[in-house]
Write a protein that binds this ligand. Structure first.
Ligand code: NAD
Length: 743
């Protein structure tokens, strides 16, 4: 056999040993080559009489296999190329391709010889599916990084190599459903207690134990191939209990995903239909659902954004090349309020010595207390040892003394949103900082170029925009000012990666990229309100469109006073008479006449209870708005959904045209991680490119603009892209380094 990704030998007892070891990679994935090798190994084991059994293991210390090669799969996902083949020919071709690994694993399972696998580390997705097709699984009990799971659903896919059929047959439908629908991983011990693995052993012994089992069990069969096999717990159509679980799962899925995620829907159908028939038929059902899922644009969008782009950005894909990597020996955070306290915590958690400065020692100490509370919570839940918690806290020095800032590689300023105050802080910090130190401001609205005017070294000045709560939000928006140097940008990217967050890089503009585009969601919700659409409809449609909250609830969270302030400021800058517009009048009424400023006051569009939890939409809203639309038939739902999502995407296109953002990956990941743009679309750009198609999107935006106003009108860039048939990923492909600041 000529294998590229496996080493293969046969010992004196006739036990074949196939070691999975993809050359040049630190982790095995199921590339096309690896699948071809598994097919060849299966054929050899089944046909070579000298072989009495097979042991699979990994040549990588990191584990057995991380699953399908998503780079290859991403290219195939999202629909077939144009071809002259007939529909039947095409369907057969697709089925054969989709079934190749699935069918091969079934052949291995039924080849009449025992097959065992030694799992020294992680086995995810296709990796776990290969293991499930073996008759016996031995897992390492001494590798804390080991994890098992079928995470396909998280990126819009369905396990297509037998996972949806073997896992429920092994552990029961009830236990398997959440594992496959939610894709969460589990440990070796959990796998053993569920029966997913048969034996635990030290890593160094797993292969020997697997071999010993193969030798001792020459006639091995999968449980479902034994006479009298029954699915543990029963099957949905025969057992009322399991039937109820399946119905509940269906209902929960609908209420959580609103039917937006085709993968989850298909997984549920695939398990339900497949478990009622013999496994051979079940595997063919799985392949059909797998192909259907993979061809959906959502799958391509999710693989690209939620896996490939997120991974690329998390490895610094948008960092300018050629600058030495910075190791952060000290970072100062100035302003120990809500944001500064959170920033200090994530820095200390990443092992960075942190100086936390505020005007009074009391305020600085209070900032550190935030970390104390988070550490205590983790220690009490057993997530962190007391020693590690103490070491983390020892890294934070609260102070009022700027001398402590001396020697810092970076400053992150997080004082009140006041230009004059920020200028003073810049000067006070620069008086003690070294020449190479970078000064980052966490302003949420003030243009970086303007703030940099207070700096002696504007080339070292940059925006580092965190989101609240800092310890939970994975994104940081880095903003280049006009004079920010590439070296400064490289250092800022290094910092964001060091604190284990995902950076996107944008250029200066009012509201930068994220706040500006996110604002259009809340504004569209308020437009709907001022048109007389019943508030509950606005909220439901927002969530059903895939946004994490309704537009009114989000506005409450931001603060209605802030929304009013931003609305007036933006209107002033753009020459629009906000105060006379129905929207402006309504906002002034609720904030200034009624004193309802949002969640922080316990009253806004919603009433909140004492714990700050959303109670109900405020009935008094009806005094101000005349509800003209209080029912939402499907056509209206579609119209409102399009208004919500298209408006945001048009604003993203404006950001590209103005040079605020320059890479489609930054735009997509930013839209999902910063403001929760419908994740199943892959983000704002993928929504245009894949869910609509550029020409259809522009036509829809024009239609909405004719009906509701120029806020929907496609810009020149979109028209040009439509004329050429180019999507955002064609026009703004991944760049090695960022484009320079917009003029
Ligand atoms: P905050 O009011 O909670 O904290 C500000 C802190 O700055 C206070 O502790 C205050 O004592 C301190 N401060 C004031 N003058 C100071 C001085 N001269 N020296 C040192 N410290 C001083 O505010 P926040 O919500 O943490 O916001 C801080 C910055 O972060 C603002 O620019 C804000 O726009 C931005 N931001 C906020 C959010 C958010 O969700 N709150 C999100 C992103 C960015």
């Amino acid at each position: 056999m000529n294998l590229e990704t496996f080493k293969f030998d046969i010992d004196a007892d006739g036990i074949a040993h196939a070691i999975f070891d993809v050359p040049g990679r630190s982790m095995n994935t199921l590339t096309g080559k690896a699948v071809a090798d598994i097919i060849a190994i299966t054929r050899e084991v089944a046909t070579n009489d000298a072989i009495k059994g097979l042991v699979l293991s990994s040549g990588k210390a990191s584990g057995f296999c991380a699953g399908a090669d998503l780079g290859e799969m991403g290219d195939r996902a999202g629909g077939a190329e144009k071809t002259k083949k007939s529909v039947d020919e095409l369907k057969k071709e697709q089925f054969d391709a989709g079934f190749s690994l699935n069918g091969t694993l079934r052949k291995l399972e039924t080849c009449g010889k025992p097959v065992a696998v030694a799992l020294n580390g992680l086995a995810l997705g296709g990796g776990l599916e290969v293991a499930l097709a073996c008759h016996y699984r031995v897992a390492a009990n001494d590798n804390p990084k080991l994890q098992f799971g079928l995470p396909e659903a998280k990126i819009g896919l369905l396990p297509g190599a037998g996972g949806t059929q073997r896992l429920p047959r092994l552990v029961g439908v009830q236990a398997a459903l959440p594992l496959i629908l939610q894709g969460e991983s589990f440990s070796a011990e959990q796998a053993k207690s569920m029966g997913v693995v048969n034996e635990l052993a030290p890593s160094s012994e797993t292969v020997a134990r697997a071999k010993a089992w193969v030798k001792a069990n020459p006639k091995a069969k999968a449980p479902w191939d034994e006479k009298g096999y029954k699915v543990p717990g029963g099957v949905p159509h025969k057992s009322p209990g399991v039937g109820q679980v399946a119905t509940m799962a269906n209902m929960m899925l609908a209420s959580k995903t609103y039917g937006n995620f085709p993968a989850q829907k298909n997984i549920l159908s695939c398990i339900y239909e497949g478990i009622q028939v013999p496994i051979d038929a079940g595997l063919r059902i799985e392949t059909r659902y797998f192909i259907n899922t993979q061809q959906r644009p959502e799958a391509k969008a999710m693989i690209r954004s939620l896996f490939l782009s997120t991974q690329a950005l998390s490895k610094g894909a948008n960092r300018p090349a050629g600058y030495p990597q910075t190791e952060f020996k000290k970072v100062a955070v100035i302003g120990a309020g809500l944001m500064g306290a959170g920033i200090a915590y994530v820095q200390a958690k990443a092992g960075i010595p942190t100086v936390l400065v505020d005007v009074t020692q009391e305020a600085a100490d209070k900032g550190k207390q935030y970390s104390v509370r988070l550490v205590e919570k983790d220690v009490s839940r057993g997530k962190l040892s007391k020693e590690k918690g103490d070491a983390l806290l020892a890294l934070i020095t609260p102070t009022t003394d700027y001398n402590a800032v001396k020697g810092a590689d970076l400053v992150v300023e997080a004082v009140f949103e006041d230009e004059g105050l920020k200028a003073k802080i810049t000067q006070a910090a620069e008086a003690v900082l070294g020449d190479d130190a970078v000064y980052g401001t966490n302003t949420s609205t003030l243009p970086i170029t303007g703030l940099a005017k207070a700096s002696k070294r504007p080339a070292n000045f940059i925006g580092i925009h965190f989101f609240s709560p800092v310890e939970r939000m994975g994104l940081v928006e880095i903003i280049n000012g006009k004079e920010t140097s590439e070296a400064t940008l490289a250092k800022a990217v290094d910092y964001v990666l060091a604190i284990r967050k995902t950076p996107i890089v944008v250029n200066d503009s009012r509201g930068f990229y994220t706040s500006r585009c996110f604002g259009t969601y809340t504004q569209e919700g308020l437009e709907m309100l001022s048109e007389g659409i019943k508030p509950a409809i606005i909220e439901n449609v927002g969530r059903q469109a895939g946004m994490p909250m309704g537009a009114l609830e989000v506005t409450d969270s931001v603060g209605l006073d802030t929304a009013l302030k931003v609305g007036r400021a933006t209107a002033k800058a753009t020459g629009f008479d906000y105060n006379e517009a129905p929207l402006g009048k309504m906002m002034a009424w609720i904030v200034e006449d009624k004193g309802r400023v949002g969640r922080k006051a316990g009253k806004g569009f919603y009433d909140y209870n004492e714990q700050g939890k959303r109670d109900r939409l405020w009935p008094g809203l009806n005094d101000q708005i005349e509800v003209k639309i209080d029912e939402c038939p499907p056509a209206l739902k579609k119209e409102l959904t399009n208004r919500i999502l298209v408006r945001q995407a048009v604003e993203v296109a404006r950001c590209f045209e103005e040079g605020v953002i320059t890479d489609a990956r930054d735009a997509d990941i930013g839209s999902i991680l910063a403001w929760g743009f419908a994740p199943f679309t892959g983000g704002c750009c993928s929504y245009v490119d894949l869910i609509w198609g550029i020409r259809e999107f522009v036509a829809e935006a024009d239609r909405l603009a004719d009906k509701y106003g120029d806020r929907f009108r496609p810009n020149k860039l979109l028209r040009d892209m439509a004329a050429r048939g180019e999507g955002f990923y064609d026009r703004f492909p991944p760049a090695g380094t960022k484009a320079k600041v917009a003029a």
